[in-house]
Design a binder for this molecule. Structure first.
Ligand code: KG4
Ligand code: ZN
Length: 416
């Protein structure tokens, strides 16, 4: 089955076409035929966070060029001068109504359909939540428009299931993985129950699966998500948005500097480990950010002044202690859940799973109890459309198709 994945839940516009066969298990195989992504990070950076209406406008601008690029890579797109039979006068009018809120997307799509014939695609998978609703709607309306002109079915994908599924895969030649490379893959050998630690800009969750497509949320953050905390602390340190990866680089530098605690390298900075000894599997990261703010305020109003290089060591040590504190809590709660639920396989997914320190600490602790750890290739930890195509494939296998008119953006969609 050839399935087209569309992702627009936040600030990445992405389209991916895969060819997949088999069921969830040993006989499953996929090949990436085309994969394209445009990150809006630079556009949102000046606002210090994602601006929903700007994200919506950019998705509307990006989707058709991404689709065209993806299909070119798949090289099953024939160029034609004449109108194809996909685009009749009636469909053009229906598309105009369907995309009335995305006029730029409508213009691009009509021009695309005039240039190109219908590609060989069996189904469309689109993210319907969780995420920013104005952004999600652009992807959904795009999926509805393509389903209409090409007469193909649609499956609705939960973005978090995408993060889970992409971590379950085995990628041929994993070491050389680059998102634009065309890749083949299969599924890892998995023993249920699986515990998923989902850590992203919007989520921090421990999820139990006793079988495929079955989810029970064991614990979640009570305030900020872990990625959100990384980004907010990075901002306090004067790093550009989204600062998660940058903050982690600073922490790594600090770990490489040994030596006694001094004004320049104050190893003695100590931050709290919120809810570490709490009975629940919940998390809380807002207090950690406040603790960092207080430390920074103690340095006086010139902290943000980039010319004050005397504070570089202090910033590095804050980054290190913050990353250590977050990691300690994530690892402790994961190990608690592993013990309580007899977990055989832990999977980590979401943008923060790109973090090498968190990965290393999880790997060490889990290997001591003979538990398998699954991680996504770093390039696929953050949002992409391959994860949506893969998750959508298994839903399509179950024939969980949705009437396109019934598709709806659900900002707070839960795994269930
Ligand atoms: O999954 P994702 O791409 O988007 C959401 O669904 O939220 O996650 C983005 C988050 C951002 O907060 C970003 O700062 C964080 O993942 N992130 C990292 C790293 N790489 C990305 N956080 C810590 N360390 C990293 N290496
Ligand atoms: Zn995500």
């Amino acid at each position: 089955m050839r399935i087209l994945g569309i992702e627009t839940s936040c600030d990445e516009s992405a389209v991916c076409l895969i060819d997949a066969q088999g069921n969830f298990g040993g006989d499953f195989q996929f090949q990436v035929l085309g994969n394209s992504l445009i990150s809006q990070i630079a556009i949102h950076a000046e606002y210090g966070g994602v601006f929903p209406n700007l994200a919506k406008r950019e998705h509307a601008r990006n989707l058709v060029p991404l689709l065209e690029q993806t299909l070119r890579q798949a090289s099953n797109l024939c160029q034609g001068d004449a109108l194809t039979n996909a685009l009749t006068k009636t469909t053009t009018e229906e598309l105009r109504i369907l995309l009335s809120r995305e006029p730029e997307l409508y213009e691009h799509l009509i021009a695309f359909l005039q240039r190109n014939v219908r590609p060989e695609i069996d189904a469309i998978a689109v993210t319907v939540g969780p995420g920013l609703e104005p952004a999600l709607w652009v992807g959904i309306n795009f999926a509805r428009a393509l389903a209409l002109v090409w007469s193909i079915p649609v499956v609705a994908v939960n973005h978090m299931e995408g993060h889970i599924v992409v971590s379950l895969m085995r990628y041929d030649d994993n070491s050389q993985f680059a998102i634009r490379n065309l890749q083949k893959g299969s599924i890892q050998e998995i023993q249920f129950p699986i515990l998923s630690l989902l850590i992203s800009g919007g989520h921090t969750e421990l999820v139990l699966s006793v079988k495929w497509h079955d989810y029970k949320i064991l614990g979640a953050t009570r305030d900020d998500a872990v990625g959100e905390a990384f980004d907010k602390v990075a901002r306090l340190l004067g790093l550009p948005y989204p600062g998660g990866a940058e903050l982690s680089r600073l922490a790594k530098k600090a770990r490489a500097c040994s030596g006694a605690c001094s004004e320049a390298t104050p190893h003695c900075i100590k931050l709290p480990r919120p809810m570490l000894h709490d009975d629940s599997l919940d998390f809380s990261f807002a207090g950690l950010k406040t603790a960092v703010r207080r430390l920074i305020e103690s340095k006086g109003p010139t902290f943000g002044d980039s010319s004050r290089s005397d504070l570089d060591g202090f910033k590095m040590q804050i980054a290190r202690e913050f990353e250590d504190a977050v990691t300690d809590v994530l690892v402790a709660k994961t190990m608690k859940a592993v013990g309580e639920y007899g977990i055989q396989t832990v999977l980590v997914g979401g943008g923060v799973s790109a973090n090498s320190h968190i990965r290393a600490q999880l790997a060490t602790k889990l290997s001591s109890v003979d538990c398998k750890l699954l991680t996504p290739p770093v390039e696929l930890a953050t949002d992409n459309a391959l994860m949506i195509a893969l998750a959508g494939y298994f839903r399509a296998q179950n024939r969980e198709f949705v009437t396109p008119d019934m598709l709806k953006a659900e900002g707070n969609l839960k795994l269930k």
